[in-house]
Write a protein of this length. Structure first.
Length: 331
């Protein structure tokens, strides 16, 4: 099975280089790597040009595309449309793959003929679990996140909640498990997925939760087609470079989450209640974090409270699929 790797990038040149080098070290090399640059300068292109000979020596085609806008979603679409492989692998530019990553991913596809998406396991989750076990404060924060379903947490079955929180398998899982979602951080999809689906081009810049919208939509149409394997591991460096400022992220997360919620979940009393409960928890959680980490940034707390109100004020536009009211505010 041939693999095309799509790497969207934005202002992370050194991380991009490390990411690409980890692809060169794979025991199962891809057919091609397509880097899609969302930045408006040529620094990433210089990295690509410097690595061309190394990729060519291993028989891997390395391509560079400039996106017409800063959007993770449209960058992934651009790469997927240009890809030639049987499998289309998405990779964040701050991710480092273990050497056998794609070999193990392909094994899952070969052993599960109905598989449409497979991902490995982030080794940072092992560290997080150790850190949580060693600290009462970290356990308290984790409990808050889980009670309000506002962030990733561990569960026996990887799933998507009505709050648009995803659950991860516990770090000690030993065999391939079915999932309701696949991340574009290091997820791999069958080419046939893109006969029916694309990333939503309404999502701009960081494109909050665009991976969830696409992969959960695939799951809803094709249950039992997504998998997570413990045998393929990677590390998400989680750099601060190229990320949104907190204020912009508050609004994007509220607007884009509402957009997704209205499209993938039935509007039952239970689902709506869980969604509202989670958003209240997010306001509380973010406010506490601001007070602890940035006590002088009182205005951020105001934005934290206003972002869900702003979303409700524009609910009819969101319901109609119009996100231009928010996207035009992005810097």
């Amino acid at each position: 099975m041939n693999i095309s790797v799509i790497v969207p990038t934005y202002n992370r040149e050194q991380h991009l280089k490390n990411c690409l080098l980890s692809i060169l070290n794979q025991t199962q090399l891809p057919l091609e790597v397509i880097v899609v640059d969302n930045a408006n300068h040529n620094k990433a292109e210089l990295i690509i040009n410097n690595l061309l000979s190394e990729f060519n020596s291993k028989g891997i085609s390395l391509f560079y595309f400039r996106n017409y806008e800063n959007s993770g979603a449209t960058a992934r679409n651009l790469g997927a449309n240009a890809a030639k492989g049987d499998l289309i692998a998405f990779l964040d530019d701050d991710v480092i793959l273990d050497n056998t990553y794609y070999h193990e991913i392909v094994n899952v596809f070969l052993n599960n003929p109905r598989a449409l998406g497979v991902q490995g396991y982030d080794k940072a989750l092992y560290k997080f679990n150790d850190k949580m076990s060693a600290s009462f404060i970290n356990r308290l924060i984790y409990s808050l996140e889980k009670i309000f379903s506002i962030s990733n947490y561990f569960d026996n079955k990887p799933s998507v909640t009505p709050s648009l929180c995803v659950t991860n398998p516990f770090p000690n899982f030993e065999s391939v498990v079915r999932s309701e979602w696949i991340s574009t951080c290091a997820g791999v999809f069958s080419r046939e997925v893109f006969d029916d689906f694309q990333f939503d081009s309404n999502f701009k810049k960081y494109s909050w939760n665009e991976y969830l919208y696409l992969s959960y939509s695939v799951f809803l149409k094709n249950p039992d087609s997504l998998f997570i394997t413990p045998n393929a591991t990677y590390i998400d460096v989680q750099t601060n470079s190229g990320r949104l400022k907190p204020k912009e992220l508050f609004y994007m997360s509220e607007v884009y989450d509402m957009y997704i919620f209205l499209r993938v979940f039935d509007l039952t009393a239970k689902n709506i209640s869980l969604y509202i409960w989670s958003k209240l928890g997010r306001v509380l959680y973010n406010s506490i974090r601001i007070i602890v980490r940035q006590p002088s940034s009182f205005s951020l707390i105001l934005h934290c409270f206003y972002a869900p109100i702003y979303t409700l004020l524009n609910l009819s536009k969101i319901r109609n699929g119009d996100l231009s009211f928010f996207n035009k505010t992005l810097s």
